[in-house]
Design a protein. Structure first.
Length: 189
């Protein structure tokens, strides 16, 4: 479910039934793509993978022995078709986890670029956090308005007007709303 619903966006924009739900949903999904990676979640990044017949191993650049456990179900993405999806962890090393895969040949450890993700069960529902929902709505409105009227403007980091709203200040405009939910790993720089 999106952080910002189609009904909320439709109401905020005042567009009634002028646009199809699918068109508005695309804007809501784009806002999720901006905000969700910044929110704290039990998601870790795989930097490499390798396998033997029937078993695959994902490697991390941080110790994961205290994070994952044997028998845990994780959701893997962007790590190769044999890994992607829900998998049960069968072994945990200091910097790796293993699971059953459909590999029929062995492959040595090799890099994943861009990094893949492994997510465990989350206990936080960001769709129930009103500040996060408001931030998603504000970003959705900005995205929508930028699509409709490209010269609606924004403000660049040096406070000069800019004709482009989708710049590096997009998330900065709502950072105060989501400050309590920001993942410390996303606050670099």
């Amino acid at each position: 479910m999106s952080l910002c619903t189609v009904a909320e966006l439709r109401s905020a924009l005042g567009v009634g039934s002028l646009y199809a739900d699918a068109t508005l949903q695309q804007t809501c999904d784009a806002a999720d793509a901006v905000i969700l990676p910044m929110l704290w979640s039990p998601t870790y990044f795989t930097v490499a993978h390798g396998n033997i017949v029937g078993t695959g191993t994902l490697y991390f650049d941080i110790p994961v022995k205290e994070i994952f456990y044997v028998g845990q179900t994780v959701t893997i993405a962007n790590s190769g078709s044999s890994y992607n999806g829900s998998k049960v962890v069968t072994a945990v090393g200091d910097y790796s986890i293993s699971m059953a895969t459909n590999h029929s040949t062995a492959q040595p450890k090799h890099a994943i670029a861009p990094f893949g993700t492994v997510a465990s069960r989350t206990y936080t529902d960001w769709t129930a956090d009103s500040a996060v929902q408001e931030a998603a709505l504000l970003i959705s409105v900005d995205i929508w308005q930028s699509r409709q009227t490209s010269s609606t403007g924004g403000v660049s980091p040096d406070f000069t007007p800019s004709p482009y709203r989708m710049g590096n200040t997009l998330l900065a405009r709502v950072r105060g709303l989501i400050a309590h939910a920001l993942d410390p790993r996303s606050m670099v720089g």
